[in-house]
Write a protein that binds this ligand. Sequence first.
Ligand SMILES: Nc1ncnc2c1ncn2[C@@H]1O[C@H](COP(=O)(O)OP(=O)(O)OP(=O)(O)O)[C@@H](O)[C@H]1O
Ligand SMILES: O=P(O)(O)O[C@@H]1[C@H](O)[C@H](O)[C@@H](OP(=O)(O)O)[C@H](OP(=O)(O)O)[C@H]1O
Length: 324
Amino acid sequence: MAKQPQESVTVTLPAVPLGYCKLGTQVAGHTFEASNAAAIGLLQDAGEGKVFKPLGKPECGEREINFYESLAAAIAATSATGNDLNDRGDSNLTDLATLAALAPHVPRYYGQQKLFVNQRQHTFLKLEDLTHGMSKPCVMDVKVGRRTWDPLSSAHKRAIEEQKYVICKQQLGLCLPGFQVYTPQLVRQGRDYGKALDVAGFRQALALFFKSSHSSSETVLREVLRQLCGIRAWFKRQRLLHFYASSLLICYDYEQLHHVKQSATHLTNGHQLEQRPAPPVDQWVHVRCIDFAHIFPAKDAEPDQNYMFGLQSLIDIVEYMLQR
Ligand SMILES: Nc1ncnc2c1ncn2[C@@H]1O[C@H](COP(=O)(O)OP(=O)(O)OP(=O)(O)O)[C@@H](O)[C@H]1O
Ligand SMILES: O=P(O)(O)O[C@@H]1[C@H](O)[C@H](O)[C@@H](OP(=O)(O)O)[C@H](OP(=O)(O)O)[C@H]1O
């Protein structure tokens, strides 16, 4: 039988549902790959302000869903009982109140959503887009903790994790899998850049990200410090969970730096300026805990020293930048 001529079809991956696209501001984590239909990254919807995170490996997805669902249940229980769960002497209720207190430091969760991507159905977590409304989003993903392997990791996974970002991880309890910043040109760096950094390089990357030479960087740094201290206060209080390989996502809008500068000029020389005043800083600077794929119950109700060590290093670096 004569062979039919084959039509060559070029499929551009990812194939995503109408109204969705790749999350343009994703700086780290699992991403789409042009020639691998199984590689799935984060999606965003058209202007709705939500991101969609794929569940990934089954055990990771299950832990992350459990985390967000438990947090949602704790928030519901706390609001139903008028925020007085701590005073009732019931340890379960106290735990719910403690967990609920993490909510301001985590992206809002809107449940699960199934979407067809690359011709297969995947489950996604629907989350608040921390960069929503930013015209020039600067985004940094900082992974926290000297130890980034969880208690169920194989010896192989443990070895892989211990060989990455070695200097920063061991000395600071931090690593830098990716960031993007406007300078004003958009500069993006990924995991290879982060893996090559020593402590001085890590500090320089933060100086670049926060534009420590820019006159408005103090406003951003003070707000980042305030939010980091809020997260530290929660970790000091809680004995429920240990976070492995979890990140802090730091986002701010480069565009707003000019408004801050103009408001400052307005105040100092008394002239009327046409420009709008800057919105409140917590509307365009966000620091949130993300990535709960390796979250585990705290063993023997111990505090999460591994996370707190890294978090304190980041706070020390930000405080140092503010003093200069
Ligand atoms: N709520 C959010 N809003 C905006 N961007 C987000 C949000 N969550 C995640 N991102 C973006 O996606 C990236 C990856 O997120 P996340 O760490 O949750 O994914 P992951 O694939 O589990 O990562 P890893 O490979 O480290 O396990 C972040 O660095 C950030 O750029
Ligand atoms: O920092 P890198 O070099 O990007 O390394 C990745 C990072 O450690 C992720 O946390 C991990 O995903 P999990 O959290 O899902 O384990 C991923 O494992 P994977 O390649 O097995 O997915 C690693 O490749």
